[in-house]
Ligand binder design. Structure first.
Ligand SMILES: NC(=O)c1ccc[n+]([C@@H]2O[C@H](COP(=O)([O-])OP(=O)(O)OC[C@H]3O[C@@H](n4cnc5c(N)ncnc54)[C@H](O)[C@@H]3O)[C@@H](O)[C@H]2O)c1
Ligand SMILES: O=C(O)C(=O)C[C@]1(C(=O)O)C=C[C@@H](O)C=C1
Length: 288
């Protein structure tokens, strides 16, 4: 937001004093204040950046301090739960428009942010049926100024899409690393040394924040269970093909999935570039 000049003053608050101290030390915001109420007082735009399970507590805390006409938004990875958790606390005259930038890494905390995080990534905005179009345009312009491409969808659709593209893949990565650990091999230096890129990617994803991801699964339960059910059926079919030596089945399956990946690249939608979702924080090597 600072890079884009998208905010006059950026004010931050976090419940953890040590996180506020780090945010002050690295000058993440123009001001870091010691209460949620002080953070939102007089703000034109308020963005809740807490685990999805904490959205209701924060909404209740700030509700009476929100300025009439302010836009209240969030970055939570699930959307129906955020709508349900926050909407009851939103005072008349405040525009509540949830959002979800599809960008992040396995790192958490103030040091994990970097200015280019949202460049060329999607931000899904989830207006409510009665959302004010002017406020919606302002929120879109904000995310575009931060470098994101903006799309609009309803909360349930968002949760179904993300169950496929983000939530279930994370669960699979957590499981794969857990399985390797159960076998007592994950910390074995030889396994790490010779592990193929696929497993390394799993370990990166499986290093993601436990609180955030616990809340994602608790708050996108139905869609994730639906996709997991389908995933398990496919897995069993592949397991059977391996057992039966059915190479044709395996080859046909992998041919289909390779075409999907190639289609993504040909459509120019591959955002898998250095510093994007790769867990690299450009500021780590920044003398400033
Ligand atoms: N990390 C990602 O890849 C990613 C991507 C997109 C969206 N999100 C979403 O963004 C949100 C924040 O995730 P993050 O990765 O920035 O996590 P984070 O751990 O870096 O930040 C969350 C912060 O919320 C604070 N917090 C918890 N309860 C609070 C409360 N009641 N009041 C004030 N502060 C409180 C925590 O102390 C923590 O510092 C989550 O909802 C997550 O689903 C994360
Ligand atoms: O690359 C990563 O570390 C991420 O998992 C980022 C990712 C994703 O699944 O794409 C994770 C959760 C979010 O809600 C949005 C982005």
């Amino acid at each position: 937001a600072r890079r884009a000049g998208a905010a006059g003053t950026i004010v931050g608050y976090d419940i953890a004093p040590e996180t506020r101290a780090v945010a002050r030390e690295i000058a993440l915001c123009d001001q870091v204040v010691d209460s949620a109420v002080d953070a939102v007082a007089d703000a034109d735009l308020v963005i809740l950046c807490v685990p999805t399970g904490a959205m209701d507590v924060v909404a209740a805390e700030i509700a009476s301090a929100l300025k009439p006409g302010a836009i209240l938004s969030d970055v939570g990875s699930t959307k129906r739960s955020v709508v349900d958790a926050v909407a009851p606390f939103v005072p008349d005259g405040v525009h509540f428009i949830p959002a979800h930038p599809l960008a992040g890494t396995e790192h958490s905390g103030p040091r994990a942010g970097f200015a280019t995080l949202f460049d060329n990534r999607w931000c899904i905005i989830v207006p409510l049926p009665d959302s004010d179009p002017v406020a919606l345009d302002k929120l879109k312009a904000f995310w575009q100024a931060l470098g994101a491409n903006v799309d609009v969808m309803d909360a349930d659709h968002h949760d179904r899409v993300l169950a496929v593209t983000s939530h279930t893949p994370h669960l699979i990565a957590y499981t794969m690393v857990g399985v390797a650990d159960d076998l007592g091999r994950v910390t074995d230096s030889e396994v790490i040394k010779y592990s193929a890129a696929g497993f390394r990617d799993f370990t990166r994803i499986a290093a993601s924040d436990p609180t955030m991801w616990r809340d994602v699964f608790l708050n996108n339960k139905d869609a994730t269970l639906e996709i997991l059910g389908r995933f398990t059926e496919e897995l069993f079919a592949l397991q059977r093909a391996i057992r039966m030596g059915d190479g044709d089945h395996l080859h046909a399956y992998f041919t289909r999935t390779r075409a999907i990946r190639r289609g993504i690249i040909e459509a120019g939608q591959d955002t898998d570039k250095p510093n994007f979702g790769r867990g690299e924080d450009p500021r780590e090597g920044d003398a400033g």
